[in-house]
Design a protein around this ligand. Structure first.
Ligand code: FDP
Length: 350
């Protein structure tokens, strides 16, 4: 005979194993409304894209033509990798016949990709970076995909997607997929941040951490210090500060998703500031910094350009860039304090 406590343990384990992404979206929204159905279906499609990309990454070293460069450049003038192209097309193909997404905009495409047959039904836009941290792909180190979902505003009859040039506060959902030792999907629909781990035996993302809270302060600082002499003096002030104080340690993997993931769970700060040559930095607002800022705020952290919250920044163009300081709120404030101090000194000197 099964004892009562045994059956309870079993029920708990089963319930845990059954919290899939789509079920979680419904639980979060406490509704089966049409909007809830759409968001749940959107998240399931994003998860499918993640599974397809994870599958290719896991075998890439054994496949002909999966790794290396294509020989082309993207709209930002960066060399394109074969995995970038594959992952970009995966997102397009999973949304093509979904009836959900009318437009997709990504790092790899100069202009948004329209799916006109979906537009009467699904007035959502998917913003995404298909492979973030591409330099890690060929050496089998962690990479990620970043995504955000927003509602299309207006008809976009001229095909310029000008309604996308809005602040990140309008996002309906955001998240990333981390292709690491496990594949994880982290998302928020404005109700906290939740992590799912891909169970390869089920082929499903299963809830692994709910309502993640970023520590208010952490030991990690994450920046490419190779740019030290290209940065503004205020950023060098911050780096000198952490060098001279105990309790800080550096971690930088070369993939924003992985570096942010560590900070989400353990606290600290990631910085990609502007440089002398590129004051706006390297990272793109709509499909890199705004989605992660959305997650950071939902987890109790912060994201700043140095002078304003990332979520308040309005891009002038689809591929606009912003400096990024993201992580624990006390650590972001510390970096900002050095920036404010240098600008105060500059104003006082004039
Ligand atoms: P990558 O260009 O390799 O795709 O998205 C831009 C990004 O990677 C981030 O993931 C990463 O944090 C950063 O650029 C790395 O840039 P640096 O090589 O200049 O440090």
């Amino acid at each position: 005979m099964v004892e009562a406590h045994e059956s309870l343990d079993y029920e708990y384990a089963l319930d845990h194993d059954c919290t899939t992404l789509s079920r979680h979206v419904f639980q979060q929204l406490q509704s089966f409304s049409a909007d809830a159905q759409d968001l749940s279906a959107l998240m399931s499609r994003i998860a499918l894209a993640g599974k397809l990309i994870a599958r290719r990454l896991s075998r890439a070293g054994l496949m002909e033509g999966a790794l290396g460069f294509t020989g082309g450049e993207n709209v930002q003038g960066e060399s394109v990798k074969k995995m970038d192209v594959y992952a970009n097309e995966v997102f397009i193909s999973v949304f093509k016949q979904s009836g959900l997404v009318c437009r997709l905009a990504s790092e790899e495409m100069e202009k948004p990709y329209y799916i006109p047959e979906n537009c009467p039904l699904g007035r959502y836009t998917l913003l995404y970076d298909p492979i973030d941290g591409s330099s890690n792909v060929d050496i089998n180190i962690n990479v990620g995909s970043i995504f955000a979902v927003c509602q299309q505003e207006g008809e976009d009859l001229d095909g310029t997607a000008s309604d996308l040039l809005q602040s990140g506060r309008k996002l309906l959902a955001a998240g990333y997929i981390l292709y690491g030792p496990s594949t994880m999907l982290i998302y928020s629909i404005g109700k906290g941040v939740h992590a799912f781990t891909l169970d390869p035996s089920l082929g499903e993302f299963i809830l692994s951490s709910e309502n993640i809270r970023m520590p208010d302060h952490g030991p990690i600082y994450s920046a490419n210090e190779g740019n030290f002499w290209q940065w503004d003096e205020s950023i060098r002030d911050y780096i000198r500060y952490v060098h001279r104080h105990e309790g800080y340690t550096a971690r930088y993997s070369g993939a924003l998703v992985g570096d942010f993931h560590r900070i989400l769970f353990q606290g600290g700060v990631f910085l990609y500031p502007g440089t002398v040559k590129k004051p706006e930095g390297k990272l793109r607002l709509l499909y890199e910094t705004a989605p992660l800022a959305f997650l950071a705020e939902q987890a109790g952290g912060r994201a700043s350009t140095g002078t304003q919250d990332i979520l308040d920044a309005v891009p002038e163009k689809l591929h606009a860039r912003t400096p990024l300081i993201i992580g624990s709120k006390e650590d972001v404030a510390l970096v900002e304090s050095f920036i404010h101090e240098r600008s105060r000194q500059a104003i006082a000197a004039h």
